[in-house]
Ligand binder design. Structure first.
Ligand SMILES: C[S@@+](CC[C@H](N)C(=O)[O-])C[C@H]1O[C@@H](n2cnc3c(N)ncnc32)[C@H](O)[C@@H]1O
Length: 185
């Protein structure tokens, strides 16, 4: 099989992998790092996007705990439906002000087609095989935008990002890293 064809099939097969979400235990620390070291300001006009939002974990946390506009794009409609059900039931529970839920926007789409120029914080939890084709998308991010990559280091993007921090978190004696980058220009 030709190399290009093989790469394409490998890439496509990623979409059939079981869904994984960022562990709730880690999210608080990731956002604390954003707040204390990367200028995240609660109740501000800052914007965050999660590329491949899954069932909404990151954007729900960001909107409800930091009150910033929190966008998610996701290719799988089933996961979007799941996210909407979670949001509805959180609303019903009544522990958060209703207006905070308005900060969450999730839409169906393909992150390879995005323009990231509006976002201050760009979150991604995705396999390196998928990340490597994202250069044209990351290129659209604004100067000093913060890119957060859970678990996997973003490789071969040295010309557009600088690695600022590696946060190591532990669970069940296993280490999980989160990588924080800044867009160069
Ligand atoms: C590992 S999950 C991470 C979910 C969520 N960001 C989190 O951290 O909890 C990656 C997600 O990316 C989605 N995805 C994969 N390719 C995509 C694409 N081209 N456009 C949009 N979403 C995509 C998958 O369906 C999956 O929900």
């Amino acid at each position: 099989m030709k190399k290009k064809q093989k790469n394409f099939e490998k890439f496509h097969s990623q979409l059939d992998l079981p869904f994984l979400e960022t562990d709730n235990e880690f999210i608080k620390e990731i956002f604390q790092t954003l707040e204390f070291e990367f200028g995240l300001k609660s109740n501000s006009k800052q914007k965050l996007i999660d590329l491949g939002v899954g069932n909404g974990t990151i954007v729900i946390f960001s909107a409800l705990n930091h009150n910033i506009k929190s966008y998610g794009i996701e290719i799988n409609q089933k996961l979007i439906n799941e996210a909407k059900i979670r949001i509805k039931s959180l609303k019903k529970e009544g522990n958060y002000k209703k207006k905070l839920f308005k900060k969450i926007k999730i839409k169906q789409g393909d992150f390879y087609l995005l323009n990231l120029k509006f976002y201050d914080f760009i979150y991604i939890y995705s396999l390196p095989t998928m990340q490597r084709y994202l250069k044209h998308v990351f290129n659209t991010a604004k100067k000093n935008a913060v890119i957060i990559s859970f678990k996997y280091q973003l490789k071969n993007f040295n010309s557009i990002f600088t690695l600022q921090k590696r946060l190591i978190l532990n669970k069940n004696k296993k280490e999980f890293s989160t990588f924080f980058y800044k867009k160069i220009s």
